[in-house]
Design a protein around this ligand. Structure first.
Ligand code: ATR
Length: 262
């Protein structure tokens, strides 16, 4: 029988994970079936237990269950502990294991663009779960300073206070979205503004060499402004593929090449 995998979320119809994992399987010669699971908002744990009871090998977890997945795990990777969110689950020795591959997915996507991360100064706009998941992997990949700008300053300050101990080799700073200024190697939009169609304003006092939008397939005022400045830009499809590759490699022990799937 084929190995069974799935992504669980609510809603789940929009997920691109099955097509990605089937493409990786075809490329690497692994026999698997990857499906979508819609869990009721109050039924996440029962849903994942049923999956593993039926010999499911691995689950991806998406909105809104990543924090519940984190809480359900008996064993967590370091980066999942720091993110306080889990997007990749598997059973090992009868215990539920959890990892978070989102941040490494972003790192892989940035590397595939040939934008360097070693010794860089980054600006991340947004201080929600998306930012929490990427700071540690970005520092592991060489970022030496990360400024986190948020509409609600207190939330950025809390994030910086929480994450500082995990990245002692880097400088972390919180600023208000109203105070965007300085010169950065890469600016990353980790807000949900593009998903809701809201505009972000990048003032002239803010200079940057590259711009990465975590959302994909949506109009983005952030990317429009970056393109108008003539700097290299990317939307977040590469991050999506990157996190999927990391999950695939945890479960199957083979790592597909990101560039083959962009
Ligand atoms: P996620 O888990 O995707 O990061 P989240 O936790 O809801 O989602 O966080 C959304 C982020 O987008 C927050 O940083 C939010 O800013 P606030 O903390 O001030 O709410 C930011 N955000 C959402 N809409 C925004 C907008 N129109 N302009 C600026 N920031 C916005």
């Amino acid at each position: 029988m084929s190995k069974q995998f799935a992504v669980v979320g609510n809603p789940i119809e929009q997920s691109r994970s099955p097509e990605l994992h089937h493409a990786f399987a075809e490329k690497t010669g692994i026999d698997l079936v990857y499906s979508k699971r819609l869990a009721p908002l109050d039924g996440f744990e029962a849903n994942i237990q049923a999956f593993f009871a039926q010999d499911g090998m691995g689950l991806n977890v998406t909105v809104p269950f990543k924090e519940q997945a984190f809480a359900a795990c008996a064993v967590l990777t370091e980066r999942a502990k720091i993110a306080k969110a889990v997007n990749t689950l598997w059973m090992q020795d009868g215990k539920l294991h959890g990892d978070n591959t989102d941040g490494q997915g972003l790192v892989n996507a940035i590397k595939a663009l040939d934008w360097k991360l070693e010794d860089t100064e980054l600006l991340i706009i947004g201080a929600g779960g998306a930012t929490r998941g990427v700071v540690y992997p970005l520092v592991q990949a060489g970022a030496k300073k990360i400024v986190i700008a948020n509409r609600t300053l207190a939330r950025a300050e809390q994030l910086v206070a929480d994450l500082k101990p995990a990245v002692p080799q880097a400088t972390l700073e919180a600023i208000s979205l109203n105070d965007l200024a300085g010169d950065f190697d890469i600016v990353i939009n980790a807000t949900s503004a593009s998903l809701t169609g809201d505009a972000l304003v990048l003032p002239e006092a803010l200079q940057f060499k590259h711009a990465y939008e975590m959302a994909y397939g949506k109009p983005s005022s952030f990317l429009d402004q970056a393109k108008a400045r003539g700097v290299p830009t990317s939307e977040g499809y590469g991050m999506l593929v990157g996190q999927a590759i990391e999950s695939f490699s945890i479960w199957n022990g083979v790592k597909p090449e990101l560039k083959d799937f962009l």
